[in-house]
Design a protein around this ligand. Structure first.
Ligand code: ZN
Ligand code: ZN
Length: 344
């Protein structure tokens, strides 16, 4: 099978032939149809974070595909079923986090495309319990971004406990941001979208943002204040200035939701203002299998739209360049040839 393999953190990704993996006990073998390119994959490829993947590895945690084989003991999934292979590839099921509906915080978790090989390949094996069913009616190319960008922003809006009539500001309109705008609207919030390119603020407007701010030529703090301030600020951008701007945009009782993971980042908040204004700072990491099921259900019900552009695995290094340049106002999704087509 063809697979994009990271062999060194400072070299381009190599697309090479590898043997099709075999599913172990409790695992399924999935033939990939699509896999989105998340910024986290780029951090993984570059070894940016304190805990780096073990080399070599296959990135990808927005994989969508069809189960072709069941490992021993698997009775919860069936051959031919379409599933998603999200960041949360496995959790223990027994720790205090798992049993209280917070499996995304499990300390024994492993992550697709990071601690185990992910979806940048024609086949992948996965823990059957965490290969989340994709319902009928969702195109695999649209299901891919929902599997990380969707569930991550959906959980962020839930974690912020947004109520109707509040104002949510979304900083960063890309793969995640274009979905965050929609989930904030779904819970009844007014939405302000902030980005630094005209294309992306135009996309936010198309998706129903009530106001947009191009921070390349307008001070977002002043612009948001003029609109009445924000009750919730969701940070999806990585520029260091953004974190301070989001904090300063909040009204009393405001919640700052941190989602993006810059390679190195620290947030300094003034204690006096945080206490006096009753501000909460919330870290939000992906979501649970139930969150992902809800994200898929909302999409089937026609409540969300996903903007994608497709690429092939051979384009992987160019695609990374496009994401880093911020030149694509959509999620890039790798697609794989169907079995009847010749493998390039
Ligand atoms: Zn991701
Ligand atoms: Zn656990």
């Amino acid at each position: 099978m063809r697979a994009a393999v990271v062999t060194a953190f400072d070299e381009p990704v190599a697309v090479e032939d590898r043997p099709v993996p075999r599913p172990g006990p409790g695992q399924v073998l999935v033939r990939l149809e699509a896999c989105g390119l998340c910024h986290t994959d780029i951090h993984a490829m570059h070894g940016d974070w304190p805990v780096t993947p073990s080399l070599p590895f296959v990135p990808g945690h927005e994989g969508i595909g069809i189960i072709e084989q069941l490992g021993d003991g698997v009775d919860s999934r069936s051959v031919g079923e379409r599933v998603a292979l999200p960041w949360l590839g496995h959790a223990c099921g027994e720790c205090r986090y798992c049993v209280s509906g917070r499996e995304n915080l499990c300390e024994a978790q492993y992550n697709n495309g990071y601690s185990v090989d992910g979806g940048y390949a024609e086949y992948a094996v996965a823990d059957a319990r965490f290969a989340t069913p994709v319902p009928e009616g969702i195109d695999p190319i649209e299901a891919a971004p929902l599997t990380c960008a969707g569930v991550t922003t959906y959980a962020a809006i839930k974690n912020a406990r947004v109520v109707p009539g509040e104002t949510v500001v979304v900083f960063g309109i890309g793969g995640l941001g274009h979905l965050a705008v929609q989930y904030a609207r779904l819970v009844g919030a007014k939405v302000i979208a902030v980005d630094v390119t005209d294309e992306k603020v135009a996309l936010a407007t198309e998706l129903g943002a009530d106001h947009v701010v191009n921070a390349a030529h307008t001070d977002p703090v002043a612009a948001i204040a003029a609109l009445g301030g924000a009750d919730v600020a969701v940070v999806l951008a990585v520029a260091p200035t953004v974190f301070r701007q989001t904090f300063e945009s909040l009204n009393r009782g405001g919640r700052l939701v941190l989602v993006s993971l810059p390679a190195a980042g620290e947030l300094t908040v003034p204690v006096f203002d945080t206490v006096l204004k009753g501000i909460s700072v919330i870290g939000s990491i992906v979501g649970t299998r139930q969150d992902l099921a809800e994200v898929f259900d909302l999409h089937v019900a026609g409540r969300t739209r996903v903007f994608t552009e497709t690429r092939t695995l051979d384009d992987v290094n160019e695609a990374v360049g496009e994401v880093l340049a911020g030149s694509v106002p959509a999620r890039l999704v790798f697609t794989y040839p169907a079995p009847s087509e010749p493998t390039p």
